[in-house]
Design a protein around this ligand. Structure first.
Ligand code: FEO
Length: 395
């Protein structure tokens, strides 16, 4: 399938309706994804990005229907990760001498993955590729958004920014444009993508957004490599990114826990109740980690001002579901967030302290040493958890 997106620019990507996990099994994709590739047919014919390897043959067959492969003058690879470069080996079997424009880091990643000495043409920020008919592609390095090799390309004349992963969403849709899809679904996936992939690079992103905006490119469309193309008010997603990159938080407190015999669950729910009683204006959400998709919980952490974490004590530590989640959270380098911890125990009772240490190690400011409760909570312990929640609301 090929779709014209503007004048001589065509979408030649793949909609992956069936995808439910991405980055191995590390990122849930409840709504599938797309791998967006684009073909520009001006005086020169240019392909921007490809698709994931399982769809390589299908991609090349589709491309052959849209263009004589031998007429492709240049391939732009904005990012070497396999979901965008995976069809290169199949394509290059047909056109092995076609130059590939990419960053120096992308040469390393493409060589490292495919072990081929293709005709790489290294580009830097501000370099241009004249494609004829008065149009050109200007390259902008997007290092660490989210790989060292990431890059964007701006097509003058049509004023399209091919942004690759930036501003994308794992969202399979046949509608292609932001104004044709459900905005709730779209922004749910866009914020999940930011929270789970881009949060650690927020400071770099802030500087890059300033740099790109200073170029005063007349952007009329942002053609991402996943999900929709932003054509209706395309800068709205740039403004959202600026907001999200600025240590984003809402008036939300999220309680996350795992439990063995429901004692810690009882504490979680009483703590949540206490927060609600003390501050009806705050949004409180409670997640049983072992029963909930971790990427969805990360998105809720991203939106939170305070995160309350609970686990019973087991083997002088905490349940592995909680430990694994906190490890994942640490990697995302959240800033300016607070925390509290809790858990039931039968004899040694280390879990609140272990959780406190883990949360502090992840950059959170903890309220205190945490709430711990011997055996299952009785009425007095439930009252203490309620009061603990009230204290958290004011922290
Ligand atoms: Fe969509 Fe970083 O690959």
């Amino acid at each position: 399938m090929t779709k014209k997106i503007k004048n001589n620019v065509y979408w030649v990507g793949k909609i992956d309706w069936d995808l439910r996990k991405f980055h191995g099994d590390d990122y849930s994709t409840h709504k599938g994804s797309t791998y967006n590739a684009y073909l520009i047919k001006e005086k020169k014919t240019v392909l921007i990005d490809t698709v994931w390897e399982p769809f390589a043959e299908e991609f090349v067959e589709n491309l052959q229907k849209a263009v004589d492969l031998n007429s492709i003058d240049a391939i732009v690879i904005n990012h070497g990760e396999v979901d965008h470069s995976g069809a290169l080996p199949e394509l290059m079997k047909h056109i092995p001498d076609t130059p590939i424009y990419c960053t120096a880091h992308a040469v390393k990643s493409l060589k490292g993955q495919y072990h081929q000495n293709w005709d790489f043409r290294v580009v830097d920020t501000g370099d241009t590729l004249d494609i004829g008919n008065g149009k050109s592609l200007t390259f902008v390095k997007m290092a660490m958004l989210h790989w060292p090799d990431s890059m964007a390309a701006f097509l003058s004349g049509d004023n399209i920014l091919f942004s690759n992963d930036a501003f994308g969403q794992h969202y399979a849709t046949d509608k292609l444009y932001n104004d044709l899809v459900d905005p709730c679904e779209l922004f749910t996936e866009a914020v999940k993508y930011y929270a789970n992939i881009l949060t650690p690079f927020s400071k770099i992103l802030q500087r890059k957004l300033e740099e790109v905006l200073a170029l005063k490119l007349p952007i009329e469309m942002i053609a991402t490599s996943h999900g929709v193309i932003w054509r209706d008010n395309p800068l709205q997603i740039v403004e959202k990114y600026a907001e999200w990159a600025n240590d984003y938080q809402e008036n939300q407190i999220t309680v996350i826990y795992d439990t063995m015999w429901n004692g810690t669950k009882t504490l979680a729910e009483k703590i949540a109740e206490g927060i609600c009683l003390a501050d009806p204006g705050v949004t409180v959400k409670v997640f049983h980690l072992a029963h909930t998709d971790p990427n969805d919980v990360i998105t809720e952490v991203f939106k939170s001002r305070t995160v309350v974490v609970g686990s019973p004590t087991i083997a002088n530590s905490v349940l592995h579901s909680v430990a694994g989640f906190l490890h994942m959270m640490k990697g995302l380098k959240f800033k300016n967030k607070k925390a509290a911890t809790f858990g039931c125990y039968g004899w040694s009772g280390e879990s609140p302290k272990v959780l406190k240490d883990l949360m502090e190690d992840a950059g959170f400011r903890c309220m205190d040493a945490g709430l711990k409760n011997l055996w299952n909570p009785d009425e007095k312990a439930k009252e203490a958890a309620l009061d603990y929640g009230k204290a958290i609301a004011g922290f």
